[in-house]
Write a protein that binds this ligand. Structure first.
Ligand code: TPP
Length: 388
């Protein structure tokens, strides 16, 4: 009987720690994205050098807005972490290092399209029209922060890993049944792929040719679990073809590669071709959440390696080379974004004078006894003098 082969990935993972999940350079020289080829796509390398044959046409105003939103995303991120440390925020899931993945995937999505975000998607949410103070309220535990802004076609996110993906497929199936022109984009982490419901979502989407784009942000870890311990193949895009979903693996720290690939997937969905899966290979530079200490499970050397692949610095070099940015403007944008975040923090503080009392509400019609007890204890703490 012939030996069953297919263990090549396992052999590779044994030799490849998370730190080396670096995109290969096969995409260089490619003129169009072939969804389904499972090759790595990179257009802008770590040194800011662009592959001109694959460079997308994006007008200067848009390039500038993309860059500014990436800078703003990082400013919001760092401020939110500081506020949590100072006791102003319940918790927060930072996304430093994932700015190109975030803004690159959302740039080609139009206002009439739908977005179903994971909890680490505040960069894309800012692009879609969520306000900074709204996001501060959300992570601060105030119910009003969870409300999707008027006119924004986004679904609310859930902390239950992978739970927002099947509803996103449902929306896409509904769009197709009604003959609407919109598409849905949803994103999630590498760990979410281990949830059974995500396989159900892929299968429904493929069978019903739902107009949906799945973006898996492979940031190397599900909290402290590295991808090698989570999956039988570290090339997660390989999962798609098994469901009949064309898939591609992209350098997620290259905003141009993200844009080009997402555009191709959106066109496919819009023209009736059905779902696509994009695996964006990136890295979470900071903690999983403010309750996590990544020093326990990854090395300084690994983080330093990825810091050198900073998606903002890379895009900055590209814009400098194109003459669309200069150092004075970089400095001005940094200060403006910082100012914007501080102003939003002031508006948040006016609203958030008292701690949120609603954190146990809205999930259950009748709270289970254990949560009821926790709620009573929490409210009693708030009511005690000096807790506010
Ligand atoms: C169903 C479920 N199981 C466990 C958790 C606890 N949890 C929160 S985030 C997380 C890791 C998710 O990792 P990944 O999907 O890679 O996304 P990332 O956080 O890296 O963006 C886990 C296990 C949860 N929220 N929901």
């Amino acid at each position: 009987m012939p030996a069953i082969s297919g263990d090549e990935d396992r052999a590779m993972t044994a030799d490849r720690p998370a730190a080396t999940i670096a995109p290969r350079k096969k995409g260089m020289g490619r003129k169009r994205i072939d969804l389904g080829e499972l090759e790595d796509v990179q257009i802008l390398n770590e040194h800011g050098v662009v592959d001109e044959a694959s460079e997308p046409t994006i007008d200067g105003t848009d390039l500038f807005r993309i860059y500014r939103t990436m800078v703003l995303t990082r400013a919001v991120d760092r401020r939110m972490v500081n506020m949590q440390r100072q006791g102003e925020m319940g918790t927060f899931a930072p996304g430093e290092g994932q700015e190109a993945t975030q803004i690159g995937q959302i740039f080609p999505v139009t206002d009439k399209d739908w977005f179903s975000p994971s909890y680490r998607s505040f960069g894309a949410q800012l692009w879609r029209g969520w306000t900074i103070e709204g996001l501060l309220l959300l992570w601060g535990g105030y119910f009003e922060g969870f409300e999707v802004p008027a006119g924004v076609n986004d679904l609310p996110f859930s902390i239950v890993v992978g739970s927002h993906i099947l509803p996103a497929v449902g929306v896409a199936m509904g769009i197709r049944m009604r003959g609407d022109d919109a598409i849905v984009l949803t994103n999630f982490g590498d760990g979410a792929l281990s949830q059974g419901v995500v396989s159900e979502a892929f299968n429904f989407a493929a069978v019903y040719k739902a107009p949906i784009v799945f973006v898996c942000e492979n940031n190397g870890y599900a909290i402290s679990t590295p991808i090698e311990h989570q999956a039988g193949t570290i090339e997660l895009a390989r999962r798609g073809p098994g469901f009949g979903i064309p898939s591609v693996r992209v350098d997620g720290n290259d905003v141009l590669a993200m844009i080009v690939t997402t555009r191709a997937a959106l066109e496919r969905a819009r023209s009736g071709g059905g779902p696509s899966l994009i695996e964006a290979v990136t890295y979470r530079m900071s903690a999983h959440t403010t309750a996590d200490d990544p020093k326990v499970y990854r090395s300084e050397e690994e983080v330093a390696k990825w810091r050198a692949r900073c998606p903002i610095a890379r895009f900055e070099k590209y814009l400098l080379n194109k003459g669309l940015l200069d150092h004075k403007t970089i400095d001005r944008i940094g200060k403006e974004c910082e100012q914007e975040v501080r102003a939003a923090r002031e508006r948040f503080r006016k609203r958030a004078k008292a701690r949120p009392r609603e954190v146990f509400d809205f999930m259950f019609q009748k709270l289970p006894a254990e949560l009821e007890a926790q709620k009573r204890e929490y409210l009693a703490r708030l009511d005690r003098k000096g807790v506010e």
